[in-house]
Design a protein around this ligand. Structure first.
Ligand code: FES
Ligand SMILES: [Fe+2]
Length: 394
């Protein structure tokens, strides 16, 4: 995060002031009351299925980073929920998303995870699609017989590229109003300059249910207790400065050095040495700048049942690590976040799933000091009430 403009610099100063105030007073941002969440929100399969449809399959989801497909012809495939998706950057520089399904008899057109291609021949009977999804050739087309080739391109999905992220709607082909959807969060995401980072590692991690997983990403209350040996070494437990932009949230944590600023004139502050930002885009993207030159991007996808997810975890480095030291630093960061998520958060989360199943609790509780997790549940309810408004303004 270099070369920030004056507004972004001032924003970081403000965040640092707010965090320092909390550190001095031993407080944190709060809601007005404790939230009681009925256990059915975590267990009811019909509700889960409706939430997946209404939230994950209808709203724009971050399915790729721009840096994964920088050049024309670069593509990425993903099986998101139950939907096979192909994203391709066209010769015009625009990224498009399609159902990765052949229009002849439904085969998976592109089976590789990523690459660069002039076109996409189906592995079944070699119908071939271009970078814009159009049907370009049909093997033995004359013998096959006439079909309306114009209308047999790959099925388009809504797709937009903004803030270094490719957003896709799984259930709709209409264009996405991404500025309206991100609202004021867009400016915040833009400061991350995500398209300038280097993808160092990528992996898929099985995890507990969607809500248990997200609850963990959205509160700091557990950090000292759970992450004392990993990410918690660097941050102050239970200190959160929260900004919301519609359903999207930016969480600011204090780093252990924050208190030293009390004695430092503001002109000498280097905010990012003392705070840590986590950007959470509803419903399932977390971008966490844990240490200056490294960043963790997590996309959480609900599984078949309410108690499973798969997380696509990407480790980014500000620059491609070339020196021995840089490679070691990237490796250390990657190993630390893997441990924090798999051995700490998700291990606990799996046990929470068993706890939920046991019938011990008819509800789960979210404290006033867990405002981001509370907001998340309010927004899930908002979208389940079928509220159409998705334009949050700046
Ligand atoms: S299913 Fe793709 S060409 Fe036949
Ligand atoms: Fe955690």
């Amino acid at each position: 995060m270099t070369n920030l403009n004056a507004e972004a610099e001032e924003d970081l100063m403000q965040l640092t002031r707010r965090a320092l105030e909390h550190q001095q007073q031993q407080t944190t941002d709060l809601t007005d009351s404790v939230l009681h969440m009925p256990i059915e929100a975590y267990t009811d399969e019909a509700r889960y299925s409706a939430e997946k449809d209404r939230i994950f399959k209808t709203l724009p989801l971050a399915l790729a980073l721009s840096l994964e497909l920088p050049e024309p012809g670069d593509y990425k495939t993903i099986f998101a929920l139950d939907t096979p998706v192909l994203m391709v950057r066209g010769d015009d520089g625009v990224v498009r998303a399609f159902l990765n399904v052949c229009r002849h008899r439904g085969a998976r057109v592109c089976e590789s995870d990523s690459g660069n291609a002039r076109n996409f021949p189906c592995p079944y009977h070699a119908w071939t699609y271009g970078r814009q999804g159009e049907l370009v050739t049909r093997y033995a087309g004359q013998l096959f017989g006439d079909v309306d080739e114009e209308n047999l391109g790959l099925t388009s999905l809504g797709c937009a590229e903004a803030s270094g992220i490719i957003w896709v709607t799984l259930n709709a082909s209409e264009s996405i109003d991404i500025d309206g959807w991100l609202g004021g969060m867009k400016t915040r995401l833009d400061t991350l300059k995500l398209d300038e980072w280097h993808l160092y590692a990528k992996r898929e991690l099985p995890g507990p249910g969607w809500k248990v997983t997200l609850d963990g990403y959205l509160e700091i209350y557990h950090h000292n207790v759970v992450h004392g040996a990993t990410v918690g070494q660097h941050t102050i437990g239970n200190l959160l400065v929260l900004d919301t932009y519609g359903p999207h949230q930016r969480l600011t944590l204090g780093r252990k050095s924050l208190g030293s600023l009390k004695e430092t004139p503001e002109e000498e502050w280097q905010p990012l040495e003392h705070i840590r930002l986590v950007h959470n885009c509803f419903p399932n993207l977390s971008i966490s700048g844990i240490l200056g030159d490294h960043c963790l991007v997590s996309q959480i996808f609900p599984g078949e049942k309410p108690d499973t997810t798969v997380t696509v975890q990407m480790v980014l480095c500000a620059h491609k690590p070339e020196t021995k030291e840089d490679i070691a630093a990237a490796e250390n960061f990657s190993a630390m976040v893997l441990q924090a998520i798999v051995d700490e958060d998700y291990r606990l989360g799996m046990l929470i799933q068993q706890g939920i199943k046991s019938g011990a609790n008819s509800e789960l509780l979210f404290g006033k000091n867990e405002p981001a997790a509370q907001n998340y549940h309010h927004w899930v309810a908002h979208f389940m009430e079928q509220k159409a408004d998705m334009n949050w303004g700046a």
